[in-house]
Design a protein around this ligand. Structure first.
Ligand SMILES: [Zn+2]
Ligand SMILES: [Zn+2]
Ligand SMILES: [Zn+2]
Length: 307
């Protein structure tokens, strides 16, 4: 099985384990910042019945939500949004950020953030102006037909998509700056969330682009198909601490994510300082180097072999 070429931006390690969801998680430090858009597309297309069920439900939700905006009923709008996001993630568990499980408290908090931000956006006239701008940009895209297929003209497409992405960046910045949404930095960091959004755009637009424009778009969005055979590294086979599924633990790993149950296996939670020998805790989000609490010496936890 080929996997997307990946270098962890936290510790520099490559990806060594195969994965089943669009989220790529480092096998050494548990950090996640990368998305495999083809995996995301596969999840979307794998089951037409599921897609049909979603589309039907979504249509009904959108109709009711629109009514509530007209009635200015913010409270019911929010409650309905919770139901919408719950349905969405239960139908497409692949898209739930891997740091969240259905049975933990993060899930409820995460749904509340999704619902709250959607509600604030729907009732904020300033935000609605942004949405209108995005619609008008999309309406300026020029189409043509080639061998019976609808395509978009490259120049008009890139003008639209670049403006759209700029809009998105501004939106994301505001979202992540909100203290009420601080949980997001922990469970779905900016980089990963933004890349997931862009991945959706790639999914939507790629079929409408000719080969040259398609390649350009993938390259510009960082989704070029750079697939490799998983690199061979030292390690051992073990069983997931939660679901007992077989799990490869690379040597020097601190945290390995189980693709079967979407839970983290803590491999190492303490280390002894190289300088003074005192025992230190490894933080929940380990970075490559950690300063000793006693002598302040910088300890390198994940070996330097990855650069
Ligand atoms: Zn890492
Ligand atoms: Zn597991
Ligand atoms: Zn020390």
């Amino acid at each position: 099985m080929k996997i997307k070429k990946f270098t962890c931006n936290n510790c520099g390690a490559p990806k060594v384990n195969a994965y089943k969801s669009p989220y790529i998680i480092c096998d050494y430090c548990g950090n996640f910042t990368d998305i495999d858009y083809t995996m995301s597309l596969q999840a979307w297309n794998s089951d037409p019945k599921r897609a049909e069920k979603y589309q039907k439900a979504n249509l009904s939700f959108q109709g009711k939500l629109n009514e509530l905006v007209i009635k200015k009923n913010k409270k019911d709008y929010y409650d309905l949004q919770i139901k919408y996001w719950d349905l969405y993630y239960r139908l497409y568990p692949e898209y739930l950020p891997p740091t969240i499980n259905f049975d933990d408290t993060f899930y409820k908090q995460y749904l509340a953030i999704c619902a709250d931000s959607s509600t604030e956006a729907a009732f904020d006239p300033e935000y609605q102006k942004v949405v209108q701008k995005q619609y008008s940009l999309q309406s300026q895209v020029e189409y043509y037909t080639e061998k019976g297929e609808t395509k978009v003209k490259g120049e008009s497409f890139f003008r639209m998509i670049n403006a759209y992405i700029d809009c998105l960046k501004e939106d994301f910045k505001k979202f992540y700056d909100k203290p009420e949404y601080s949980l997001m930095n922990k469970v779905f960091p900016y980089d990963a969330n933004f890349k997931m959004k862009i991945s959706t755009l790639v999914q939507i637009w790629l079929p409408y682009l000719n080969e040259t424009d398609g390649k350009k778009f993938l390259k510009e969005t960082g989704f070029s198909n750079d697939y490799i055979n998983p690199p061979k590294v030292e390690g051992h086979i073990s069983n997931c601490q939660h679901c007992k599924a077989e799990l490869f633990i690379p040597e020097n790993s601190l945290k390995v994510h189980c693709e079967a149950c979407h839970k983290n296996n803590i491999i190492k939670s303490k280390f002894n300082c190289m300088g003074c020998g005192i025992e230190n805790e490894i933080p929940e989000h380990p970075v490559n180097t950690i300063d000793c609490k006693a002598c302040k010496l910088e300890n390198r936890l994940i070996t330097k072999m990855f650069g």
